[in-house]
Design a protein around this ligand. Structure first.
Ligand code: NAD
Length: 493
């Protein structure tokens, strides 16, 4: 069995209380790792190490941006060298199919390379101004924020971490990082690579264990200058409240209940295919999942018939064998999704396919679900309103464009949304009206390192990825220069 420790101030250590937790392979229920559990004293030690590294030793912060970029490139190369190992760690820890995990690793490599190139490129602003106070120049510099705490969920164990670590480190911050307790292995491997590559002592710290304890401490600790969090909206709200203690900078990537709107003039096969990617990729454990399909009434029957045929053809199995869908992350999460399915049936939705655990062959030992389509849904149903975070999609119909837009926006969330139609003008009209941060036309779910990712409404604050993703981890300082030093004469009467 793998045994792993916390990484604090450049050393691998046990938790102060000597406690450990185990990691379980969700495709067979076997224990795969025993991991040191951090207590509050460990979190405080990690924050203190990051603070020393940023404010006293300053090695990472003061390294010139070319050298910092080179370090990120070195880290990217090392991840790439061990790509297969990283992918397999996410598969056995989280349950996703191997080829999806391999794509995540590839994205992680390119995320480090993207932010390496961005930090090597000059940015900031320069303005010639005349203010009435004399001739002046004004320019801006971007500086790191300081000590950043970063908390991530389990659905993309490596990638969600890299979306935070790559830009925050590129900017020169020192970091305390906490991955989700159920899936820690690929992030531990990443910190081993940080160590091998020679990241300065205290610049990167890894604490693991219960979110309620560690996360609370990180959110409330006055020596943390910024906290970024990806996870559920409820926990995001709690972090936001606690971050108020010292007015931390904050970044929140939260939940979603995103609409996928299909018009009658859409390419039917294409729309069904993208709807499948929208909801069944990663077992539906995706924040941006197109979990509410809104289909124009006139094509409802044909669309649902084809969707059900395709969903029933999805292969499920050992994720290392590359089925279409792997295991749910844990037994408790599987049971949570099953409870939603029961609720859907009880509230009168029509179960068109799936709706149960998948237990064939070796899957009997793991936590697998069949892809599930609920038809004839209405806006008041729990399965239409709440994020399920599994392979469960609801289908509702609309008659007019206006009705489709109103239904799409009938949610407190605003993370993502999609539109399928062959009418280009309508596609743009509808997308413009959807109150969400990430939208797709005639496709669903692709994401890019270069483009900002984040939510409207209760789906979050701020953006990850792209140039915005770097600027989230930077303070912007305005510097104003008087070109004619001397007495201004403002107070002469
Ligand atoms: P979660 O909120 O339960 O946990 C996320 C992280 O927060 C974990 O590391 C957890 O240990 C920690 N945590 C738990 N309680 C905490 C507390 N009180 N204070 C601080 N940290 C705490 O979410 P999850 O189940 O890991 O992930 C699923 C959720 O994440 C879904 O809602 C999904 O939509 C969201 N998500 C959002 C995005 C996005 O980009 N917007 C991406 C992926 C996942």
């Amino acid at each position: 069995m793998i045994k792993k420790k916390l990484f604090i101030d450049g050393a691998w250590v046990d938790g102060c209380g000597g406690k450990t937790f185990t990691s379980i392979n969700p495709s067979n229920g076997e224990v795969i790792a025993e991991v040191a559990e951090a207590g509050i004293a460990d979190v405080r030690a990690a924050v203190a190490a990051a603070k020393r590294s940023f404010y006293e030793t300053r090695e990472w912060r003061d390294m010139d941006s070319q050298a910092r970029g080179d370090m990120l490139l070195k880290i990217a190369d090392k991840i790439e060298e061990h790509a297969d190992e990283f992918a397999r760690l996410d598969v056995i820890d989280m349950g996703k199919p191997l080829r999806e995990a391999a794509c995540d690793v590839d994205d992680a490599v390119h995320c480090f390379r993207y932010y390496a190139s961005l930090i090597k490129t000059p940015h900031g602003g320069y303005y010639e101004v005349n203010t009435g106070f004399g001739e002046m120049y004004s320019y801006t510099v971007h500086e790191p924020v300081g000590v950043c705490a970063e908390i991530t969920p389990w659905n993309y164990p490596l990638l969600m971490g890299v979306w935070k670590l790559a830009p925050s480190l590129a900017a020169g911050n020192s970091v305390v990082f906490k991955p989700a307790t159920v899936c820690v292995l690929s992030c531990i491997r990443l910190f081993e690579i940080f160590e091998e590559c020679g990241m300065p002592k205290g610049s990167v710290n890894l604490v693991m264990g219960p979110g309620g304890v560690i996360g609370d401490e990180l959110a409330a600790n006055p020596d943390v200058d910024m906290i970024t969090f990806t996870g559920s909206t409820e926990v995001g709200q709690s972090i936001m409240r606690q971050a108020a203690t010292n007015v931390k900078k904050i970044g929140l990537e939260l939940g979603g209940k995103s609409p996928n709107v299909i018009f009658a003039d859409a390419d039917l096969e294409g729309a069904v295919e993208w709807a499948m990617v929208g909801i069944f990729l990663n077992q539906g454990e995706i924040c941006s999942a197109g979990s509410r399909i809104l289909v124009e009434e006139s094509i409802h029957d044909a669309f649902v018939k084809r969707l059900v045929e395709r969903a029933n053809a999805i292969t499920i199995g050992n994720p290392l064998d590359n089925p279409d869908m792997g295991a749910m992350v844990s037994e408790s999460h599987m049971n949570k999704v099953l409870a939603y399915i029961e609720k859907g049936k009880a509230e009168g939705a029509t179960l068109a396919c799936g709706g149960e655990r998948y237990t064939e062959g070796e899957c009997a030992k793991g936590y697998f679900l069949r892809p599930t389509v609920f038809d004839n849904c209405t806006s008041d149903m729990t399965i239409v309103k709440e994020e399920i975070f599994g392979p469960v999609v609801t289908v509702q119909t609309f008659k007019t464009e206006k009705e489709a837009i109103d239904m799409a926006n009938d949610t407190p969330y605003g993370l993502a949304g999609g539109v399928s139609t062959s009418d280009g003008a309508r596609a743009l009209r509808v997308i413009k009206e959807i109150r969400a941060g990430i939208t797709w036309i005639n496709c669903y779910n692709p994401a890019f390192n270069e483009a900002p990712w984040g939510g409207y409404k209760m789906s979050g604050i701020g953006r990850e990825l792209g140039v915005h993703g770097l600027e989230e981890y930077q303070e912007i300082k305005q510097i104003n220069i008087n070109l004619h030093p001397g007495v201004l004469g403002w107070y002469e009467h």
